[in-house]
Design a protein around this ligand. Structure first.
Ligand SMILES: Cc1cc2nc3c(=O)[nH]c(=O)nc-3n(C[C@H](O)[C@H](O)[C@H](O)COP(=O)(O)OP(=O)(O)OC[C@H]3O[C@@H](n4cnc5c(N)ncnc54)[C@H](O)[C@@H]3O)c2cc1C
Length: 287
């Protein structure tokens, strides 16, 4: 008998297939072309896709749900990653996987992947791009899992827009590779060897030191508990809800499948009240 995977999230009501959730995202396969290690902490997967329409893949900060496991008779085991770069001429995408020590579904997929491996995915889903108006500035707080999103956002940075970004990573190379558009100052927060990811609280500290918080439009992504504290601090400090987008990309000590189960339960409750996906306040989930 096939082994039951506890990492597969059941969608009994089929709600995840409905248009309110899918929003025109497509199911697509990415054929792996190469896997490189630009830095010790990152595996860069370059792959080929054949999208029905390349346009939605072009803007920065697109996320995809990749099927890193396909247990028999169950929904696939999925994880969320960012399209770091999309080349429409070659129809190639780049995804950077931060390497961590856990024997997790994404790390297992990565170890087994070779050129020619096909990775099923659903996407892309457009995530927030901080684009303040007037004299306001953009503030970005990101740990290493959000560097691919920061890379894409900075590469497409509009002329004249001002911003600052604080980046926590154990790898100086990942920071050095970021584009440096005019008007943006980048701050490296190098996490020392021996300090575990998600424990340094350095992004929270940087946000706490943000001068005149109400003058900024903020995008932050990283470890969930730190991000929730950062969001709570900035709300109290006067950043309006509309100017604050904070996401927990992962949670220390918890599988993303458990996060997804909590998301799904909340989403089902919202839909039962006639509400839509926009009202799902991810960072406020009780996990
Ligand atoms: C919108 C979005 C975009 C994302 N983009 C990227 C991206 O481009 N690149 C990227 O690397 N990640 C990205 N992530 C984060 C990624 O989805 C998580 O790190 C995910 O948990 C990895 O799955 P896993 O199967 O390896 O680990 P899981 O099975 O989810 O977790 C197993 C264990 O590993 C730990 N863990 C998970 N990730 C890390 C980590 N980075 N460092 C240390 N411990 C960890 C967990 O705390 C848990 O204890 C993104 C997340 C979101 C929501």
């Amino acid at each position: 008998m096939a082994r039951i995977s506890t990492e597969s999230v059941e969608d009994r009501s089929g709600i995840l297939e409905e248009e309110d959730h899918m929003r025109g995202m497509e199911r697509i396969g990415m054929e792996v072309i190469s896997i490189s290690r630009p830095f010790a902490s990152v595996a860069r997967v370059t792959g080929r896709i054949a999208p029905a329409d390349p346009a939605p893949w072009m803007p920065p900060n697109q996320a995809v749900r990749i099927a890193v496991g396909e247990p028999e008779g169950q929904r696939p085991v999925v994880r969320v990653y960012t399209i770091r770069a999309f080349d429409p001429l070659r129809s190639e995408v780049e995804i950077d996987f931060v390497i961590h020590e856990d024997d997790s579904p994404a790390m297992r997929w990565l170890k087994a992947a070779r050129p020619g491996t096909v990775l099923p995915m659903i996407g892309p889903r457009q995530h927030f791009i901080p684009l303040p108006s007037g004299d306001r500035r953009a503030a970005i707080f990101a740990d290493e899992t959000a560097i691919p999103a920061v890379y894409a956002i900075l590469k497409a940075w509009p002329a004249g827009l001002k911003g600052s970004a604080w980046i926590e990573t154990p790898d100086r190379g990942a920071f050095d590779e970021l584009p440096r558009p005019d008007g943006v100052d980048l701050h490296l927060i190098l996490r020392p060897a021996g300090v575990a990811a998600g424990t340094a609280q350095s992004l929270l500290q940087a946000a706490t030191a943000l001068p005149d918080p109400h003058n900024w439009t903020v995008w932050a992504a990283g470890e969930r508990v730190e991000m929730r504290d950062l969001r709570n601090h900035l709300r109290k400090a006067g950043v309006a809800r509309a100017d604050l987008q904070v996401l927990g990309y992962w949670k220390k000590g918890m599988s993303s499948s458990d996060l997804d189960r909590a998301r799904l339960a909340e989403y089902e409750a919202l839909r039962a009240r006639g509400l839509t996906l926009e009202t799902l306040g991810d960072i406020d989930l009780p996990v």
